[in-house]
Design a protein around this ligand. Structure first.
Ligand code: URA
Length: 279
């Protein structure tokens, strides 16, 4: 016979506890419910599958230094910055043109160098009043190790001879000094990329400072990008501007003049402007 007690109230809970204690004092050691249970229907405890072992928490990796994840574009930008910083340090340390040539020869960040036969550093006379800055060596220049020796170079020599200037003139007043933005021949004569121009810029600036010309002539787009940060040679040509504290004249490249002979008339006007500037 069961006892109905409401254990949800404090009184009922205490009454139920007292009843349970009293029954235990009487020797009750088993409860029999009102509804019989068939023990054969109960699940076999022995046959029950062993409990799966508690999942072990994943081991934490041994402490490793934190390496921030960066994208390939960020990695490339960092490499480009490092290449420019190295170029700037090497160029600044060069006390004269021979040291600058050595600094360029030891500079390995520029991929173009790997495909070139020779370093094409310069030609003509350091200290000449006019410095010509070209783009990059072509095949002939790469083979010979001197700038502007191919067909475009021969036209360049004739152009400047027409205003009384030449590479090896013993008189510095009438001499030329010639160099390029890129001292190695790019594969397939492609234009140097903006990243390559940025790497070469510290060397070019140091080169100009050490050669100390009165006037700089920029031949084509690449030197305009490097020194003026501007493109569009057909718009820039013929107008004096300034870079590194020196007067600068952008001109169309002689290779362009070979392909477009009608443009020689404007080039002649630019040469006359240079001649007038030199006095
Ligand atoms: N074009 C250039 O700009 N430089 C050279 O040395 C030869 C061709």
């Amino acid at each position: 016979m069961g006892i109905d007690l409401d254990i949800s109230t404090p009184e009922g809970w205490h009454a139920a506890l007292a009843a349970l204690r009293w029954q235990m004092e009487l020797g009750v050691d088993e409860f029999i419910g009102d509804t019989p249970i068939n023990a054969y229907d109960l699940p076999d405890r022995k046959a029950a599958p062993a409990e799966a072992p508690a999942a072990t928490p994943p081991k934490r990796a041994a402490a490793e230094p934190y390496i921030p994840q960066i994208s390939p574009a960020e990695r490339a930008a960092q490499a480009a910055d490092a290449a420019v910083a190295d170029a700037a340090a090497r160029a600044a340390a060069a006390a004269n043109l021979d040291a600058l040539r050595e600094a360029l020869a030891g500079y390995d960040h520029c991929e173009v160098k790997k495909g070139a036969r020779n370093l094409v550093f310069s030609d003509g006379r350091p200290g000449a009043r006019v410095l010509i800055l070209g783009e990059a060596p072509g095949r002939d220049e790469d083979l010979e190790g001197r700038p502007f020796v191919g067909a475009a170079g021969q036209l360049l020599d004739r152009m400047f001879a027409a205003i009384g200037l030449s590479r090896d003139n013993p008189d510095l007043q009438h001499a030329l000094y010639i160099t390029n933005v890129m001292p190695w021949r790019p594969p397939g004569n492609r234009d140097p990329s903006p990243e390559e121009i940025a790497m070469m810029r510290p060397f070019v600036e140091r080169h100009i400072t050490l050669a100390a010309p009165d006037v700089i002539v920029l031949m084509g787009n690449t030197p305009c990008s490097a020194l003026l940060g501007a493109k569009g040679i057909l718009r820039l040509r013929g107008t004096w501007t300034e870079a590194l504290g020196r007067p600068v004249m952008p001109m169309t490249h002689p290779a362009y003049l070979l392909r477009n002979p009608v443009a020689k008339r404007e080039a002649w006007a630019d040469l006359l402007a240079i001649k007038a500037r030199l006095g």
